[in-house]
Write a protein that binds this ligand. Structure first.
Ligand SMILES: [Zn+2]
Length: 167
């Protein structure tokens, strides 16, 4: 078997929602698009039945995700050990199924909220890889802090950052 070309390393950290980019390019569901959303926020009525994102209690889901992240980090769990820790710990949390699903989504590789910095994609502004709907629903629910993820690709030979082939 050929050696892997890289090793994936996921790092999770707590971030203030106010500091994250604002997704303005959502096309669905209707409750998250343009004027309807602005109006609803202005009259202080956030929908609860329209979609999965608005049905989740994001304050609760984020509290749980942040707690599990801290516990996992204190226990020194990394990589798949962290994934296992989260999967097991979430079961015992006294929150609803939707909130468990939401909290888990924030702590799971390839599902977590990921923001790519301009230097990493050659653009002018940070770009969402994942999480635009969740962040929008969190803003609607006035959530202050959440968990975001970063994916680094490491060189299997050195354990350091992978040097892109063009360098
Ligand atoms: Zn909705």
């Amino acid at each position: 078997m050929a050696a892997p070309e890289w090793i994936e390393r996921w790092t999770f950290e707590v971030a203030r929602v106010a500091t994250l980019p604002r997704p303005d390019d959502l096309e669905s569901p209707p409750c998250m698009v343009g004027f309807a959303r602005v109006l609803r926020r202005r009259i202080g009525r956030t929908p609860r039945e329209c979609c999965w994102y608005h049905q989740v209690d994001w304050k609760q889901a984020n509290r749980t995700a942040i707690t599990l992240l801290r516990f996992g980090q204190e226990a020194g769990a990394e990589g798949t050990a962290f994934d296992d820790f989260v999967m097991e710990a979430i079961e015992g949390e006294p929150i609803g199924e939707k909130e468990k699903e939401a909290a888990l989504s924030l702590l799971t590789p390839f599902e977590a909220i990921q923001i790519i910095e301009p230097d990493d994609w050659g653009g002018d502004v940070p770009m969402f890889q994942d999480g635009r709907h969740r962040i929008t629903a969190m803003r609607d629910a006035r959530v202050r802090s959440t968990v975001i993820a970063r994916l680094d690709l490491l060189d299997p030979a050195t354990g350091g950052p992978l040097t892109p082939p063009w360098e």
